[in-house]
Write a protein that binds this ligand. Sequence first.
Ligand SMILES: NC(=O)c1ccc[n+]([C@@H]2O[C@H](COP(=O)([O-])OP(=O)(O)OC[C@H]3O[C@@H](n4cnc5c(N)ncnc54)[C@H](O)[C@@H]3O)[C@@H](O)[C@H]2O)c1
Length: 348
Amino acid sequence: MKLLVTGGAGFIGSAVVRLAVSRGHEVVNLDALTYAACLENVAEVADHPSYAFVQADIRDRAALDRVFAAHAPDAVMHLAAESHVDRSIDGPGTFVQTNVTGTFHLLEAARAYWTGAGRPEGFRFHHVSTDEVFGALPLDADTRFTEDTPYDPRSPYSASKAASDHLVRAWHETYGLPVILTNCSNNYGPFHFPEKLIPVVILNALAVRPIPVYGQGRNVRDWLFVEDHADALLLAIRQGQVGRTYAIGGGAEVANLDLVQRVCAILDRLSPRAEGPYADLITFVPDRPGHDLRYAIDATRIRTELGWRPGVTLSEGLERTVRWYLDNPAWWRALAARDGVGRRLGTG
Ligand SMILES: NC(=O)c1ccc[n+]([C@@H]2O[C@H](COP(=O)([O-])OP(=O)(O)OC[C@H]3O[C@@H](n4cnc5c(N)ncnc54)[C@H](O)[C@@H]3O)[C@@H](O)[C@H]2O)c1
């Protein structure tokens, strides 16, 4: 399959690109290279004959048309987005422009290409989204998000992703574009940009800086190792039913404070510090405005219909992640100077 992957220089997109190339797919990686991008993430495939990179912005319709014409992909995997909730609080405009308007332009470019090619049956437009579009769950109830959970986004980020999900569904209903949607829980793993929770914990710990925990750290997230997500996405695009949504989750719910303590405990083992445990650096900071209490996914559909399940437990995944950051200081040191990294964002 020839895949056009948008956002392939980001965290999840690069995992998709690496996995797709290793499985014999041709990949065209389209990325605008924003602050969140890092071409190092795809360095291992950069010279592969099945891989091409195009720097382009999904808000630029003419550029998108040129990419479709030049590369004639069999399918689109759309991951390009502004993805950091805290940044969406400080500057929601970029989120609307990229996540909503950019997705609109990509849908239109894909539709024109697919129509011009005689509407090939096998074409797919796979929209990669988040469980945050479903809002927040109560902390103590045994409920989880499914594909039928009503939308209830509560941050500028999740609202912009929800809007893009609606556009994708509408392009299927109205124009017949063969779409697949996936909504996934929190990802973690190697190459995670150093503004997100787990890398912040690791890097602040190693620098002996306070490890910030929002509020009381009670917010619960369902964590999925990024390579398991990439695997689910490649399965969904090949075997998913057109027009259908698949919720993807790790089945690994944990409160933020517990997660931070687990990461600290791994660091205590792998890189002990003489002054005492890393958890001593944990510092509670004012909460994020509108911080959703709990996200959790019921992944029954993708498990029963497509046979997917995560292969990496949270313990294994956290250990692999911490080891990766310890082994790859050059990667994260190079990102330390990027705008906003290391600063508290999104205080409202
Ligand atoms: N990170 C998570 O836990 C998570 C969970 C579920 C779903 N998602 C979704 O998965 C996708 C990827 O998330 P991520 O964490 O890898 O994000 P990321 O921020 O690490 O990467 C986003 C990539 O998109 C590119 N990009 C941004 N704006 C662009 C534009 N206008 N044109 C072209 N490229 C642009 C960036 O340069 C970057 O390489 C997003 O759509 C996100 O909503 C993320």
